[in-house]
Design a protein around this ligand. Structure first.
Ligand SMILES: [Zn+2]
Length: 510
């Protein structure tokens, strides 16, 4: 599969002195379109140039404009009678060429302003979605899915866009098609009998193959009208965490404080134990808060820059993409699933099926996303949890240590502890495992808060153009310095979203 155009090589071969004036006009118009020279295009058209003249592969000047995304030239051509749906020898229309070259802005322009058919098929039955998925132009895939391009279309080989993305191992395009699609596309077999997962595996894209077969398995559970498993997916591990915390509290009171074979509780130990148990209940309350709270779901008609396709209204139609001050053509802000233009730092959570503002991560242990509106609660929860687990472990070790002189001298200390105080040892083991996890989480969260960056941004930095400086290196525009980041977070409950001015966002516009 190769695109037919190679920067106008065929044209150059024809560029001999024996050219007829007609052919020269065609040549000139196509070069003007390719390079977005509107004045030249006007001049040629005014002097009798045919806007629909074709080259050797039956491509018109509009096809050439699509190669480099020359929207102004396309406007001139279309306003002067160019055929929008003109097809070349391969059946490629301007929409196909734009998709093949990842010209998302151009594609959107001819779709929105001139009504181009973005679901058109070429001679082999491939739509622009097939091409962008194959080429791995995720922004183009995103735009087409946002506009509800048909995902189930099979080309002459029986391949869907997902087959093509899988064939080339385009992980991000596959993920996007998965989120916006259904189980059906995962199970479609091409003419050779391969599903997208098998195609990825056969071509050595093991990571993509694993992702696709995993999605097939999970969707098998979720989509099989199995209400029970669907509910289980939503509930997550939060009940298990609640159960573990309750067991720990009971074990601590029963086997550490009130166990008859431990020495009597002193006033100091009693005081620490009381604060430990109070903190444990405090953590339980915070667990309830961060798992039940709205993490910052972006509602279609909420404020900010989130706008939506409510019924027939298209949010993109309200935006002048060339001059918009609120939206700089960051196509990653389009959610093909929720059909909204979301704020920059948000992300779609496939588990919660919502876009979440300042998305941090989906935490199965609280059965909720961590985002702008519950990050403070989450941070307090992990801090309280760490403190509680630390106090619990310290008191237990202290109790065991002071109890050791009462034990018989035979056998090792640990062996005696296990046989004499099994409950306290069980508590200590469980508490230590929890403490380790909580320390890692607290340190990670604290360092991210200090830098005003989310877990998602750290993990996927290469995918976000707003996290790249002018030289293409990582740079966080939301980092206002440790002190301001921390005070903002602790006082307001979320970090500051105002960007430090820098030029790279302008260059993100395709
Ligand atoms: Zn979404």
């Amino acid at each position: 599969m190769a695109t037919s155009k190679s920067s106008g090589g065929s044209l150059r071969r024809k560029g001999t002195p024996s050219l007829s004036p007609m052919l020269m006009a065609t040549t000139l118009l196509q070069w003007a379109a390719l390079n977005n020279y509107t004045d030249i295009a006007y001049y040629v058209i005014e002097h009798g140039g045919n806007v629909n003249a074709v080259d050797g592969s039956q491509q018109t000047a509009l096809h050439w404009a699509a190669v480099r995304g020359a929207t102004a030239a396309a406007d001139v051509l279309l306003q002067n009678g160019a055929r929008l749906e003109a097809a070349d020898l391969n059946g490629y229309r301007a929409v196909h060429i734009a998709a093949q070259y990842g010209q998302t802005g151009f594609l959107y322009h001819i779709m929105a302003k001139h009504g181009a058919d973005f679901d058109a098929s070429d001679t082999d039955g491939r739509s622009p979605l097939h091409w962008s998925a194959y080429k791995g132009f995720v922004d183009t895939v995103r735009l087409l899915l946002f506009k509800d391009a048909y995902q189930g279309r099979q080309d002459k080989d029986g391949c869907t866009p997902l087959h093509w993305a899988a064939l080339r191992g385009n992980a991000e395009a596959c993920t996007m098609l998965l989120h916006a699609g259904t189980k059906k596309e995962l199970l479609v077999k091409n003419r050779s009998g391969f599903t997208p997962a098998q195609l990825a595996s056969d071509n050595g894209h093991q990571r993509v193959a694993y992702m696709l077969s995993n999605a097939t398995r999970v969707r098998g559970n979720i989509f099989e009208e199995n209400i029970c498993s669907r509910k289980m997916g939503k509930i997550g591990y939060a009940p298990i965490l609640l159960f573990i915390i309750m067991i720990l509290i009971v074990l601590f009171i029963n086997s550490v404080l009130a166990a008859p074979n431990f020495p009597k509780v002193t006033a100091m130990v009693g005081l620490w134990s009381l604060s430990g148990v109070s903190l444990a209940f405090g953590s339980l309350y915070m667990l309830y808060r961060c798992s039940s709270k709205d993490p910052g779901y972006i509602k279609p008609n909420s404020g900010g820059s989130a706008t939506r396709a409510g019924g027939s209204e298209d949010p993109l139609s309200n935006i002048d993409i060339d001059n918009s001050t609120i939206w700089t053509g960051n196509w990653s802000q389009l959610c093909p699933t929720c059909k909204i233009i979301r704020p920059v730092r948000s992300k779609h959570c496939p588990t919660c099926k919502h876009c979440v503002e300042q998305f941090d991560h989906h935490c199965p242990w609280i059965s909720n996303c961590v985002g702008k509106k519950n990050k403070w609660d989450f941070f307090i929860f992990v801090c309280l949890g760490t403190l509680t687990a630390f106090i619990g472990a310290s008191i237990t070790i202290h109790r065991m240590w002071t109890a050791s002189p009462l034990l018989s001298s035979s056998g090792s200390w640990i062996h005696q502890m296990i046989s004499e105080h099994p409950g306290a040892v069980a508590f200590l083991v469980m508490d230590s495992i929890l403490l380790n996890g909580l320390i890692v989480l607290t340190v990670a969260q604290a360092s991210q808060i200090a830098r005003n960056i989310t877990t998602n941004e750290l993990a996927n930095a290469v995918r976000y153009s707003y996290l790249r400086g002018p030289e293409g290196r990582f740079r966080n525009p939301y980092n206002h310095g440790c002190q301001k980041n921390c005070t903002d977070f602790l006082i307001r409950g979320y970090s500051n979203d105002d960007e430090i001015a820098w030029p790279s966002l302008q260059q993100a516009t395709p």
